[in-house]
Design a protein. Structure first.
Length: 234
């Protein structure tokens, strides 16, 4: 199985830390987010990972040069940010002939087993995507889904008046055919541009009791430092 680790963001909300460090190398309990994701992919049976980079790409390249073992890692440098969906489209050769692939936001800190997404997509042959979801305390800051019998019936990115609190967790399994639905422009985003095209063709997969935290602010990073070691996976 192959996976995209979407890690090219600037991490502006984490400044000044990210003025000198790419967001994917920000450490939690002494280990970079990037390494925590690679461990999770290995445990989930992922064989190959593509990491997209932009901000301080040289640091990410140097870090990945020291990576050994599974999964095999390929780096894709984006001089101009393509957006999360744009990265998938630009690297469709990485997907090759695989019917299903994974894509995750690299700034998520989680112990969710991403292989569940691929399994749920296999169980739903009529669906083109499986989307990990959680109950959001601030739904106006998230992509909000409505779901009927497990099928996504509506999706709105950061709605001013949310119709619920079931939120996109930023982890996906996609069928290869989804790449044909990515709009031909730059940048193009999974949440804003692709998921609305997959309404009625996606299944929602609750993350249950898994830990999930967007490491987007100093406050979130401090919370991660306090709570992540208690999960026993750092």
């Amino acid at each position: 199985m192959k996976a995209f680790l979407l890690a090219a963001g600037l991490g502006t909300r984490l400044r000044p830390l990210t003025d000198r460090l790419p967001k994917c190398l920000v450490p939690v309990a002494g280990r970079p987010l990037l390494d925590l994701w690679l461990d999770g992919f290995r445990d989930a049976g992922v064989d190959e990972v593509l990491v997209n980079v932009h901000h301080r790409a040289d640091q990410v390249s140097a870090h990945l040069a020291r990576h050994r073992g599974r999964p095999h890692v390929r780096m894709s440098h984006e001089p101009t940010l393509l957006g999360s969906a744009g990265t998938l489209h630009a690297n469709r050769d990485f997907v090759g002939n695989d019917e299903v692939f994974l894509a995750v936001n690299g700034d998520d800190l989680t112990d969710f087993d991403v292989r569940i997404l691929a399994s749920e997509l296999d169980r739903a042959p009529q669906a083109d995507a499986a989307i990990a979801v959680f109950r959001a305390p601030r739904p106006e800051a998230c992509g909000i889904l409505e779901v009927v019998d497990g099928v996504v019936t509506s999706f709105e990115e950061k709605p001013a008046a949310p119709r619920g609190d079931l939120a996109n967790a930023g982890m996906y399994a996609f069928r290869r055919s989804v790449l044909d639905l990515v709009p031909e422009r730059t940048p193009v985003d999974i949440g804003t541009d692709l998921l609305p095209r997959l309404v009625g063709r996606s299944v929602a997969v609750p993350i249950g009791t898994a830990f999930l935290l967007d490491i987007g602010t100093p406050e979130a990073l401090a919370r991660a430092e306090a709570e992540w070691p208690q999960r026993g996976v750092a």
